[in-house]
Design a protein around this ligand. Structure first.
Ligand code: ADP
Ligand code: TRP
Length: 336
């Protein structure tokens, strides 16, 4: 099989921030517009409920993530855009894979090992404290997401490479035990994307609560930018742009010429307040229009629901007949 099929999932547990935009949304949309490849992009809400147990947060995040991708230019006609939980074939395939996947493979999964290590470090006498079966077998669900569509290329962050390798392992075992039905997928990691720092100087992440939300209203965006931590250099003192979070975020939005000009202003001693104002203006210029589209979309969730339903129908055109083949391969078929 020589097709190229790109697939990736977005867990629906948070409200998208500038880091998600620069590191995931913008490059994925640019890639999907540029290439003629088949792409699948979905909202991984079954993954969301593994760690987030607040139903309102899951629901709000699903809407915000869908609206973000659409507002940023994702074309649901061109790619297959759907919500994981609208594809009942995925959890069914997950079960079949649970019966193929070695438990020992899951024992080695990073997310599970990290939870066990944290319990041990805290002196908890149950190393599995707080570990649900969902967390333990998270990579099996992810394998079903990928293999259900025989995707070949899986754009992910570094932390997800292991999961894609586990999907390959599961595909290989199935093919060996039953029939060659699955393509072995490959992780694609883009090392060029900027990794944005958050308000407090650590990596911008919803887990650290140090994010700048992508589609805040203009005033709130400015206020958040003003909170970026800086050193105590005074206006007039030359500053090193490469040591500054403000410049780092600026770079992710500005062209070469603007960057050079800003570097010169740092050398000439721009004040931090002024640098923040320039950053705000640059981001606001890029995000103004999509923010307006985001506002319109979130005000009309029924329209997003329709788009997702159309995407699910498109996805199930592949999933349903393929699952029938898979069921047949394991011996689940009509009696007469
Ligand atoms: P978070 O760390 O906020 O929980 P996720 O792990 O859900 O974010 O990441 C979703 C996507 O956004 C991934 O592709 C990830 O690589 C990207 N991403 C997350 N944080 C950043 C960041 N600070 N800079 C660049 N990309 C990021
Ligand atoms: N686990 C991924 C993450 O947290 C999201 C995801 C779920 C995914 N299923 C996927 C990514 C399938 C790629 C392919 O980022």
């Amino acid at each position: 099989m020589s097709h190229t099929r790109v697939l990736t999932g977005i867990t629906t547990t948070g409200i998208p921030h500038l880091g998600n935009y620069v590191g995931a949304v913008r490059p994925a949309i640019t890639a999907s517009q540029a290439s003629g490849e088949e792409s699948f992009l979905f909202l991984a809400d079954y993954h969301g409920i593994i760690k987030c147990h607040d139903p309102e947060q899951i629901h709000r995040s699903t809407l915000a993530v869908a609206a973000t991708w659409l507002a940023c230019g994702l074309d649901p006609e061109r790619i297959t855009f759907y919500r994981q939980s609208d594809i009942p074939e995925i959890p069914e395939l997950t079960w079949i894979f649970n019966c193929v996947c070695a438990k020992g493979l899951m024992n080695r999964a990073h997310a599970y090992k990290a939870a066990v290590d944290a319990n041990v470090a805290e002196g908890n006498n149950d190393p599995n404290h707080g570990v649900s079966m969902g967390l333990f077998s998270y990579p099996v669900l992810m394998a079903a997401d990928i293999l259900m569509f025989n995707a070949t290329h899986i754009p992910v962050g570094r932390d997800q490479i292991q999961h894609v390798e586990m999907a390959r392992d599961i595909a290989g075992r199935f093919n060996h035990r039953y029939r060659e039905l699955f393509v072995l997928p490959e992780a694609v990691v883009d090392d060029d994307v900027a990794l944005l720092t958050g308000l407090d100087g650590r990596k911008m992440s919803k887990s650290y609560g140090n994010t700048i939300a992508l589609f805040e209203e203009e005033k709130a965006l400015r206020k958040q930018i003003m909170k970026i931590v800086t050193n105590s250099q005074a206006p007039g003192e030359p500053k090193d742009p490469d040591e500054s979070t403000i410049f780092e975020i600026y770079r992710a939005f500005a062209g070469e010429a603007e960057q050079a000009e800003m570097r010169a202003r740092y050398a000439a001693g721009i004040g931090w307040g002024e640098a923040k104002q320039a950053l705000f203006e640059r981001i606001n210029a890029e995000l103004g229009e999509p923010r307006e589209r985001f506002r319109e979309l979130t005000a009309n969730p029924a329209r997003i629901e329709d788009i997702l339903q159309a995407g699910a129908a498109k996805a199930r055109k592949h999933a349903r007949p393929f699952l029938d083949e898979i069921r047949d391969a394991v011996g689940i078929r009509k009696l007469g």
